[in-house]
Design a protein around this ligand. Structure first.
Ligand code: G3H
Ligand code: ZN
Length: 284
């Protein structure tokens, strides 16, 4: 069923595993991720960027598509529809009013006091509707849709503590060296800060830029309080690679089901691998 992230993330934090946020780009991504979650008996978060929502048709189309699949596929595991990197109060409200069960307000590029003011306003509205809220501090590197970083800025532990106290958010994404898209070399995450922030805030922490992080780092992050890990690029790469292979092997193929179907299977296999790595399998 459709739920907010609050319960799934608190449980994950208590039991030391992470729930995956897998971003949807179209129908096939949504199908693959829901199938993977049901097969693995794992809770799951469907990440929807503003750009992806625009591509799909809008927030309402996203919600109705997910609701339809939950019914047709008999999905019984907990599913959250989460606005990824919400850019303003108005965008978060629009998503909530359309039926999203969770939102991220990303005011991390604003001055600290503005971030707190915007985040508080989102929390007040979201909580009145039973919707969970994620906030961000610091800067995630790289680029994802409309979110472009100039450089990587580490979140400040004291600011994290204050933001959590003053806003009442449900989970926190402190940027600690992670990057959207592929990493140049090995990721170098700030584990010391991560541990400190987890201790100061007592919040489930979110790790953005989950693509390309080695298993040992994933395990370390989980042991230091990370309870949600976002993955997008890795599924996009798996999907694109499959489409290329199918069309190269069959240059006369034109039925989209013949190349998007195998792409969907590749996404599903990738998501299942992540769920096992994150420890969320059999936790639904
Ligand atoms: O918000 C979404 C994620 O942070 C995705 O990052 O594309 O590097 O996996 P990724
Ligand atoms: Zn992100």
């Amino acid at each position: 069923p459709l739920v907010s992230m609050t319960e799934m993330l608190n449980k994950a934090k208590d039991e030391a595993y992470a729930v995956g946020q897998f971003n949807i780009n179209n129908l096939e991504f949504t199908q693959a991720i829901l199938q993977a979650a049901q097969e693995e008996s794992s809770p799951v978060i469907l990440g929807v960027s503003e750009g992806a929502a625009r591509y799909i048709g809008g927030f309402k189309t996203v919600v109705k598509m997910v609701e339809g699949l939950i019914e047709d596929y008999n999905i019984t595991v907990p599913v959250a529809i989460h606005l990824d990197h919400g850019s303003s109060f108005d965008k978060c409200k629009e998503a909530i009013d359309a039926g999203f069960t969770s939102v991220m307000i990303d005011a991390s590029h604003d001055p600290f006091e503005e971030n707190i003011a915007t985040t508080s306003k989102v929390v007040e509205y979201a909580h009145s509707k039973g919707v969970s809220v994620e906030a961000e501090l610091g800067t995630v590197g790289g680029q994802e849709d409309d979110v472009v970083a100039e450089g990587v800025i580490y979140a400040d532990p004291k600011e994290c503590e204050e933001l959590v106290k003053r806003t009442g958010i449900d989970c926190l994404a402190p940027a600690l060296g992670s990057v959207h898209g592929p990493y140049k070399g090995e990721p170098n995450l700030g584990y010391k800060e991560m541990e400190e922030i987890a201790g100061l805030t007592n919040m489930p922490l979110v790790l953005h830029g989950g693509t390309g992080i080695p298993t040992k780092d994933i395990q370390k992050a989980i042991s230091f309080g990370t309870a949600k890990i976002n993955v997008n690029t890795e599924n996009q790469i798996a999907s694109a690679k499959t489409v290329r292979e199918v069309l190269a092997a069959k240059p006369d193929e034109y039925d989209p089901r013949k190349y998007l179907g195998p792409a969907r299977d590749a996404i599903k296999a990738t998501v299942i691998g992540k769920m096992r790595e994150f420890g969320s399998s059999n936790k639904a």
